[in-house]
Design a protein around this ligand. Structure first.
Ligand code: GLU
Length: 437
């Protein structure tokens, strides 16, 4: 079951015929985590023998997505398209031993022995197969290239794979592969078939359910650590109700015996939540580095913005976002001189005559606040509220709209502090003149 060093060796074997799907990414992750937990090797094998369906664009994207998720593989990727000589050698051997024969068009078929066999799956337990129901297996197509089942077994033998962790949809292939191991007099690896991922309507996860490729999540600004966390818990559990686990810990505690036998349901909302939790926990310097490119794209990155101010602004929003670009959507009023006012918010909170007095007094009081710090600002606002005998919301909501243009923001006094006295007062004056009537 193990190679000469007694080590676990697993592989992820994508076919470059489409983008890396969340289901495949989870298969890759389970292999990777298993290898890490057992201090084994994780090998990447590109199953690109189908020339018509394989595409460089998909290959590139699969490699990029794996790297982005941090699922680094050992050694160089193995390309099946470069291993034709090896498949030929195995084919010859089977033919010489009378275990395979030529069929129509020069293709080659392998004789399946018609037994009943049992495969002890690490997730499903023993699975019985009646191989008398199987037809002989085509192992070489008429164009000379190997079929999936043949190339897969040859490579798993050649690469010393100890555990095959893959999707449930390959269970039906397993008895055929098992027969090939027998014919080649090699002991098969252990198999672990991971249940499929379903959409919320319990049908197989597909485009209909929303974004399904890792590239789309990357593009949308989700954090890779959050995705890894969420995917790890899709079908596996650490045995308690923990939902936020860092990669370093996952690497230590992952085990196949805690992978469930039933399909897991993909919940995009929960994935977003997990990513938000990781944003909250990300080191502030790292978060600044991750958010800056999005600010640049939204033209929010202006000269003269100090590192400290940017850090503080990001700190205000880090608990409120699930994707990195949401920071830009929510915080733009910190970075532009002319803010956009939300019409509904203006109508609901600013179009009121009595605000003339409240804002005028507030402007005067705020002007005297020194230093212009959150606690002092709060004290100033609260004492005005008291003096006027109004409710807190009567001042806070209109002020929020006046200085941010919106009805929702982080804590108002923090926002005022980070905007600074000048900008806060300027915006209050502007709103007073333009809207408070
Ligand atoms: N290329 C196959 C797939 O993407 C690999 C299956 C396996 O791991 O054996 O489904």
């Amino acid at each position: 079951m193990t190679d000469e060093k007694g080590k676990i060796r697993v592989r992820f074997a994508p076919s470059p015929t489409g983008f890396l799907h969340v289901g495949s990414a989870r298969t890759a992750l389970f292999n990777w985590l298993f290898a890490k937990a057992k201090e084994g090797s994780f090998i990447l094998r590109i199953e690109d023998t189908d020339k018509k369906r394989s595409n460089k664009k998909y290959l590139k994207e699969i490699l990029e997505s794996l790297k982005w998720l941090g699922l680094d593989w050992d050694g160089a990727p193995v390309y099946q398209s470069k291993r034709q000589h090896i498949y030929n050698r195995y084919k010859k051997r089977l033919m010489n031993e009378g275990k395979a024969y030529t069929i129509k068009g020069g293709a080659v078929a392998f004789k399946i022995s018609k037994d009943r066999i049992t495969i002890d799956d690490l997730i499903h337990g023993p699975i019985e197969f009646d191989n008398s129901l199987l037809e002989d297996l085509v192992i070489i197509k008429s164009d000379g290239t190997p079929t999936y089942n043949f190339a897969c077994v040859v490579d798993d033998i050649e690469m010393g794979i100890t555990h095959v962790i893959r999707g449930d949809d390959h269970i039906a292939n397993t008895p055929k592969q098992f027969e090939l191991y027998r014919a080649l007099e090699c002991s098969p690896p252990r198999f672990a078939h991971v249940p499929l991922i379903l959409g919320e309507d319990r049908s197989r996860l597909s485009k209909r359910h929303g974004a399904t490729s890792i590239a789309e999540y990357k593009e949308a600004g989700y954090l890779p650590y959050g995705i890894v966390n969420y995917l790890a818990l899709l079908g596996w559990s650490p045995g308690n109700n923990r939902e936020i686990i860092k990669r370093e810990e996952l690497k230590k505690i992952f085990s196949l015996d805690r992978v469930g036998k039933t399909s897991a349901v993909f919940d995009q909302n929960k994935l977003g939540w997990a990513c938000g939790q990781h944003i909250k926990d990300t080191d502030i310097d790292e978060l600044v580095r991750l958010i800056k490119p999005y600010m640049k794209k939204s033209r929010l990155l202006k000269k003269g913005l100090s590192k400290k101010d940017l850090q503080n602004i990001i700190r205000l929003f880090r608990t409120r976002i699930r994707r990195l670009p949401e920071f830009c959507d929510q915080s733009d009023y910190f970075f532009v001189s002319k803010i956009k006012y939300d019409k509904a918010a203006v109508k609901k909170f600013l179009r009121r005559k009595e605000l003339k007095v409240i804002f005028s007094m507030l402007i005067k009081d705020l002007d005297r606040v020194r230093p212009f710090r959150t606690d002092k600002i709060e004290h100033c606002c609260r004492s005005l509220i008291e003096r006027l005998g109004i409710g807190g919301g009567d001042l806070i909501h209109p002020v929020r709209v006046a200085i941010t243009g919106r009805s929702v923001s982080p804590g108002l006094f923090d926002v005022m502090h980070l905007l600074g006295k000048k900008t806060t007062i300027r915006r209050l004056r502007f709103a007073l003149k333009k809207y408070c009537k």
